[in-house]
Design a protein around this ligand. Structure first.
Ligand SMILES: [Mg+2]
Length: 335
């Protein structure tokens, strides 16, 4: 039940981080104590993070399984679901400006390489990518291409692409049973391996053409290097983090893609076998708490399955039917 666990875990984290997203760390500690919140807020409301992850999940559910996931139909389906989200009356959860601008451009009929925000590496693309890591029986190159493409539609920055790829891989590897202690070394190795690989079959020949980059390889390399640097910081921080400190003090506030990944991983690694505590830690952060906790929740659920969370939470969380639908489809595929 790892796919179900990861989909619900993302929503649980998002819900726990929603009230704390715009609060300072000291304020959160004063309200909830040093460990942060320990229960899902009543009402179970989530933010744009879960809404957009569900848009990606619903687009995936329309695609053929396994290696047949193909660029054009997936792109069209993603755009359709992003537009539907942008127009929905539920889109009132402090959505990110990059997403709104890029999706506005898509709605005006611009092709995505022109609609995307090339200068933005906000975390809006990797907070929604984890469903791609849950697809069963899909080759890792397809996961990489799909993860980077879904980022590229709104966040055209190379670091946003690399961070989305890493976030999908982390989710996938945890769902496959990788030990938490192996995760950061594996992600750092991926930064090295992928350093000069541009997925032109998924990303096309236009995205990489930005000032100061002479080739697709030069373009993507900058993103992998930036992600590799923050993972190096994380590797040190994760050795002995002080639980009384704001995790953002170590790996950044998470408003940008690579920091959201690193700080979410730090919270996950601090309490990788105590999901509620890890989510409380992730929600008690001075930065982008809902996105940090959403990603931490996706990792926790991928590792432990839905059973590791309090039994009352799935019934309380917003969008539970949609979360359950994709989770069930991919858990069956995996079994
Ligand atoms: Mg949010």
């Amino acid at each position: 039940m790892t796919a179900t666990g990861s989909m619900f875990g993302l929503a649980f984290g998002d819900c726990m981080g929603k009230p704390t997203e715009f609060q300072r760390f000291e304020e959160i500690v004063r309200l909830y104590g040093p460990q942060g919140p320990s229960d899902l807020p009543a009402g179970g409301l989530v933010t744009d993070d879960t809404q957009m992850a569900l848009a990606v999940a619903d687009a995936l559910l329309e695609q053929p399984g396994g290696a047949d996931l193909a660029v054009e139909p997936f792109t069209a389906s993603l755009i359709e679901h992003f537009l539907a989200w942008a127009k929905s009356p539920d889109n009132n959860r402090a959505p990110g400006m990059t997403c709104l601008r890029a999706i506005g451009n898509l709605g005006n009929g611009l092709p995505w390489p022109q609609a995307t925000q090339r200068g933005s590496k906000g975390c809006g693309a990797n907070m929604r990518v984890t469903p791609i890591g849950l697809l069963p029986d899909v080759p890792e190159t397809t996961i990489a291409g799909a993860a980077q493409l879904q980022a590229a539609l709104t966040h055209g920055h190379a670091t946003g692409l690399a961070a989305s790829d890493l976030t999908a891989c982390a989710t996938r590897w945890l769902a496959q049973g990788m030990a938490p202690s192996d995760l950061v070394p594996a992600l750092r190795e991926r930064c090295q391996e992928q350093r000069r690989i541009y997925h032109g079959d998924w990303l096309g020949d236009e995205l990489w053409r930005v000032p100061m980059r002479n080739s697709p390889e030069d373009f993507i390399e900058a993103g992998w290097v930036e992600c590799g640097m923050i993972l190096g910081v994380l590797a040190k921080a994760a050795q002995n983090p002080d639980p009384a400190l704001d995790p953002c003090d170590y790996t950044g506030e998470g408003w940008i893609a690579e920091e959201a990944l690193a700080t979410a991983l730090l919270c996950f690694l601090m309490y990788s076998d105590e999901p509620v505590r890890a989510l409380g830690r992730a929600a008690a952060t001075g930065g982008d708490s809902d996105s940090i906790a959403a990603l931490a929740g996706a990792f926790l659920g991928a590792r432990h399955g839905i059973e590791a969370f309090p039994a009352a939470w799935p019934e309380r969380i917003e969008y539970r039917e949609r979360l359950a639908r994709s989770g069930a489809a991919w858990d069956v595929g995996r079994a």
